[in-house]
Design a binder for this molecule. Structure first.
Ligand SMILES: Cc1ncc(COP(=O)(O)O)c(C=O)c1O
Length: 412
């Protein structure tokens, strides 16, 4: 079965605004699905009061928010009490660093990578420095940008407290085998695993219990929804953390790691993403008794195949172009490469290629995309950085053909 792309696109009103424009910067923030926009608008027009009181619009507002909390917990196969919905992933990891770092002592060790976005790196490093904790770096191959699981082995020690890594780099695009990495961590140490899934979640909502992670974070504004960050913290490890809530709210799982407080309408809007994904499932598979999590798993291969079809011609073109250094895997046939494609032009700056593509109606950008350490360690000047083409499942093969034409001209 193929993904019905017309059905998909009918759920994204912004695609109609300018049919000549190709949006290829989705990893920076995706379009919002109509279901999420409808919920946001409904909240703001009709239930914009302090939620969770007994009077009519307030009770409705609380119910709308609870629908999102429960829905996302179900989708991720976690308990409602394990989910924090905060303003962004950067804020969520910052708060987490305070919550877990309080218990770190000199002699402890943590492992971070140089593949991550800074949101899953700097906060832990800063806290470790403050606490006298040793930082070990799991390093990418400096040519490909890929992480090799074997190079993690020697870094794991008895005193390793946490390993922080990414489900998918926002530059390299390869999906790291999270379950296997977590098994390795657990079998060789007592460390916890925290995973940044911001660049993965737009392509698939994962079953977190199956992955075995202790913490997991992603940003819904890149997953067709409102500007919110979702973070999972395994209930078993709450004792390893200090609450960051007001003292009288301490111990309330949804408040412990969200000192910003909930952004009510935005939280209510989060359910819209699940409504959209559910509509996608129903359209392709009909009514189903499967759990939400299982339904998401069922549509994943359709999305994956479509995204691979989008990525393949771009990867082939860039891989064979003499004036291009393609970052990451050169093909998508292993089903582990998101259509997030970064390259460095060899005969001109990344800025100049990005500007030429933009002039040709392709929405793309250049730079380090906050993966400053990775870009530097790949031997690339982070200020000019790489050109990034990032697509999601609402992209079309026609759009890819237009990107290819624009690339041919831009690269010369
Ligand atoms: C891989 C990755 N991690 C983390 C972040 C930070 O997310 P947020 O903007 O929600 O703080 C981003 C944002 O671009 C990202 O791409």
């Amino acid at each position: 079965m193929k993904l019905d792309i017309d059905f998909v696109r009918s759920h994204f009103g912004q695609l109609d605004d300018n049919p000549e424009f190709v949006f290829a910067s989705n990893a920076g923030g995706s379009y919002v699905c109509n279901q999420a926009n409808d919920l946001l608008e409904h909240y703001n027009r009709h239930t914009r009061v302090q939620p969770y009181s007994r009077f009519s619009p307030s009770a409705e507002a609380g119910e709308a928010m609870d629908r999102s909390y429960h829905g996302w917990a179900q989708a991720l196969n976690i308990d409602r009490s394990e989910l924090t919905v905060g303003p962004s992933t950067s804020t969520n990891t910052y708060v987490m660093a305070q919550a877990i770092g309080d218990l770190w002592t000199p002699g402890d060790e943590i492992i971070v990578t140089n593949q991550d976005h800074e949101a899953n790196s700097g906060v832990w490093r800063r806290k470790a420095n403050e606490k006298g904790v040793t930082i070990r770096q799991w390093e990418v191959d400096p040519d490909s940008g890929l992480l090799d699981i074997e190079s993690l082995f020697p870094l794991l020690r008895d005193n390793t407290r946490w390993v922080f890594f990414t489900h998918c780099s926002n530059i390299v695009g390869t999906v790291n085998p999270v379950a296997e990495i977590v098994r390795t961590i657990k079998s060789r140490s007592n460390a916890r695993a925290f995973v940044d899934a911001v660049a993965y979640a737009p392509h698939h909502v994962a079953d977190l219990k199956a992955l075995g992670v202790d913490g997991y974070a992603f940003s819904l504004y890149k997953v067709y929804g409102p500007h919110q960050g979702l973070m999972y913290i395994n209930a078993d490890i709450r004792g390893d953390m200090t609450s960051q809530a007001h003292y009288f709210n301490s111990g309330i799982p949804t408040k412990d790691f969200n000192p910003a407080g909930p952004q009510h309408a935005q939280v209510a809007g989060c359910a819209g993403v699940l409504d959209y994904l559910d509509a996608l499932h129903r359209h392709h598979f009909g009514d189903s008794d499967l759990s939400l999590n299982a339904r998401l798993d069922e549509i994943h291969p359709l999305i994956l195949r479509h995204e691979n079809a989008l990525a393949t011609p771009l990867l082939e073109f860039l891989d064979h172009h003499p004036q291009v250094r393609l970052i990451g895997k050169t093909h998508a046939r292993d089903d582990d490469r998101a259509p997030t494609i970064a390259f460095k032009p060899l005969n001109q700056s990344s800025a100049s290629v990005a500007h030429r593509l933009q002039d040709a109606g392709i929405g793309t950008e250049h730079g380090h995309f906050y993966a400053h350490r990775l870009i530097s360690d790949l031997g690339i000047d982070p200020e000019d950085g790489i050109v990034r083409l990032s697509l999601v499942h609402y992209g079309t093969t026609d759009e890819v053909a237009r990107i290819l034409r624009a690339l041919e001209i831009a690269l010369g």
